[in-house]
Design a protein around this ligand. Structure first.
Ligand code: ADP
Length: 230
């Protein structure tokens, strides 16, 4: 099962990607996470992209696609969840090409739909675990106060790209460059929309329903794209 999560910053892609990964043991490729790691380690790539990312902009398609292809080639024999890639039409076309070369089917694109006002609220209150980057807000706090659910880390930081100016920039870029992907994927019947305004557990349940339909369908037909409506 190979999945793309699509949605504006703050829609809950990272949150849901982690939940899907736990449930289905897929490989998670989050280009944002890879880049934040590179920045933390001060690698040549990290130093190159630091300023760009922290101002709310995104590195070039070439950088993203190279990271993506590297991560994909390291993938064991599992399916994959893509979070943060593709983000432009050009990236989406290249991802399709790379998948085709590697004989991977993109089974489903899940769009998390969330209103701008809610996105701004979430991003401006988001804190991430310094050790593993799991993210929290006052509405979605760790189960135990001050302790990360995922790695038990106890230090939380703000992402530099969650500052107000950077948030504005990222939402603008999303509307300009990423929104066209909704049409790109719906034209090829790969898009499913989920109400991302709902609480995390409800969003997860909506996604699980889509994924279980998908698994039934894949078992039945062995071929997904022949089915028009899941
Ligand atoms: P993205 O990866 O799309 O930028 P995140 O998964 O980091 O989004 O979510 C943004 C913030 O909103 C996080 O701090 C997370 O805890 C919170 N969040 C995620 N999903 C929901 C939800 N369904 N309702 C309320 N808050 C959420």
């Amino acid at each position: 099962m190979n999945i793309v999560l699509l949605g504006p910053p703050g829609a809950g892609k990272g949150t849901q990607a982690n939940l899907i990964q736990e449930q289905h043991h897929l490989t998670l490729i989050s280009t944002g996470e890879i880049l934040r790691e590179e920045i933390k380690k001060e690698t040549p790539l990290g130093l190159q992209v630091k300023k760009i990312i922290e101002s709310g902009q995104f590195p070039s398609d070439d950088i993203i696609l190279e990271l993506f292809e590297d991560a994909l080639k390291k993938m064991k024999d599992t399916g994959v969840i893509l979070d943060g890639v593709p983000r432009t039409l050009n990236q989406a076309q290249k991802v399709d090409e790379i998948f085709k070369e590697l004989d991977i089917d993109l089974d489903i694109v899940i769009q998390l739909a969330v209103e701008d006002k809610e996105l701004i609220k979430r991003l401006s209150s988001r804190m991430i675990c310094k050790a593993c980057s799991a993210s929290y807000t006052p509405e979605v706090p760790p189960r135990k106060e001050g302790v990360c659910d995922k790695c038990s880390g106890q230090e939380f930081i703000r992402r530099p790209d969650d500052e107000p100016e950077a948030i504005k920039m990222r939402l603008h870029i999303y509307n300009e460059q990423t929104k066209p992907l909704i049409q790109y994927y719906s034209k090829t019947n790969r898009l499913k929309v989920v109400d991302g305004m709902k609480p995390v557990k409800e969003v997860q349940a909506q996604i699980e329903l889509l994924l279980s339909d998908l698994q039934v369908l894949t078992r039945k037909s062995g071929c997904l794209y022949s089915a028009q409506d899941i």
